[in-house]
Ligand binder design. Structure first.
Ligand code: XMP
Length: 323
């Protein structure tokens, strides 16, 4: 019979047998799946695992710190954090086309990850033979049940990993659904904030700024997003909504009045959705008082934002993310 305890025991044993005295690496995205996969493998092989977290500067407020502190504290995992903000911002300079942004972010991510891999391999003794992936059962089904890096969806890991990857895969979550993964994560002692995380796209805030991505705009969007998340959490709505992208329309300006002066600022879009699987979605009917609080706080606290608008489009026709 299925218990999280059984799953963990079974996987720990299997991973130990598979890895032996070799080493493994795992890319952490900050999301639930990679976090739980890493924690499970860590439990099995301890310091034979090194995790790599690429900070592309497109993360939300507090996210990198959450991985650095909370995740390490809960698991004791060996973590290599690569600060790649400058590199990503440079690569994104002047780019406004959404698909071009995605491609650039995916490409840079792979380069940084490969570089980190090479450094780990150079630094430490025995060969790194294994790559840990947080592949879930629905991912396996979608990709035809096969194994191997070529099957990793491009959506999954910001553009996917290279096809000529010379690693054997460890995929301890292959038989599990999302809710089961969350239970396993909880049992492994991961903090609630990681286990109950809502989906967040690999390209991060880079695809939530309509227009060019710059440091100033990212900082502004990070503030607005933090306020929206704070208020949604305070209102106890986290489990009711699937996710709530907060989008900055950086290329749009409108006239406002704040204090006793005219302003000419940018709109922020709230995109709360309910969904079962992100394939289709409906816009969430959030309570007006919660929307009002978010709006008031964002326009008061975030410089250059003088308007908050609500996206009331279902998917289809709108996608969940704006880009
Ligand atoms: P869309 O915008 O296609 O999003 O309706 C569906 C779901 O996928 C997430 N999303 C991504 N997740 N890498 C990811 O890991 C990506 O490139 C990516 N793009 C969209 C989105 O947040 C939503 O949950």
């Amino acid at each position: 019979n299925w218990t999280t305890g059984n799953v963990i025991e079974e996987q720990v044993e299997a991973i130990r047998a598979q890895v032996g005295d070799k080493r493994a690496i795992c890319g952490l995205s900050g999301g639930v799946d990679s976090a739980v996969a890493a924690a499970l493998v860590q439990k099995a092989i301890g310091s034979q695992l090194t995790c790599v977290y690429v900070d592309h500067g497109l993360m939300r407020k507090g996210e990198t710190e959450q991985v650095e502190k909370d995740f390490v504290a809960a698991t004791g995992v060996q973590l290599k954090v690569v600060d790649a903000e400058e590199r990503f911002l440079k690569a994104l300079a002047g780019v406004t086309d959404p698909e071009e942004k995605r491609k650039i972010i995916g490409r840079e991510f792979i380069r940084v990850f490969e570089q980190a891999q090479a450094e780990i391999i150079a630094d430490e003794g025995p060969a790194v033979e294994f790559l840990v992936q947080g592949t879930l059962y629905p991912d396996v089904v979608e990709s035809g049940g096969g194994t191997g890096a070529a099957n990793i969806k491009s959506h999954h890991n910001v553009g996917g990993l290279p096809e000529d990857l010379e690693f054997k895969l460890i995929e301890p979550l292959r038989k599990l659904f999302k809710d089961e993964v969350r239970m396993v994560g909880q049992e492994l002692g991961l903090p609630e904030e990681i286990v109950q995380r809502q989906p967040f796209p690999g390209p991060g805030l880079g695809i939530r700024i309509v227009g060019e991505v710059t440091k100033e705009r990212l900082d502004l969007l990070r503030e607005a997003d933090a306020i929206a998340r704070e208020e949604l959490t305070a209102a106890g709505l986290d489990r009711d909504i699937w996710q709530c992208p907060v989008v900055l329309l950086a290329d749009v300006r409108s006239v406002g009045v704040q204090g006793d002066g005219r302003t000419y600022g940018h709109p922020i879009v709230l995109r709360p959705v309910s969904s079962e699987d992100a394939m289709t979605a409906d816009w969430s009917r959030l309570p007006y008082d919660v929307l009002a609080r978010i709006s008031t706080r964002i326009t008061n606290e975030v410089r250059d934002v003088n308007r908050v608008v609500l996206d009331v489009t279902s998917k289809p026709p709108g996608t969940i993310e704006w880009e």
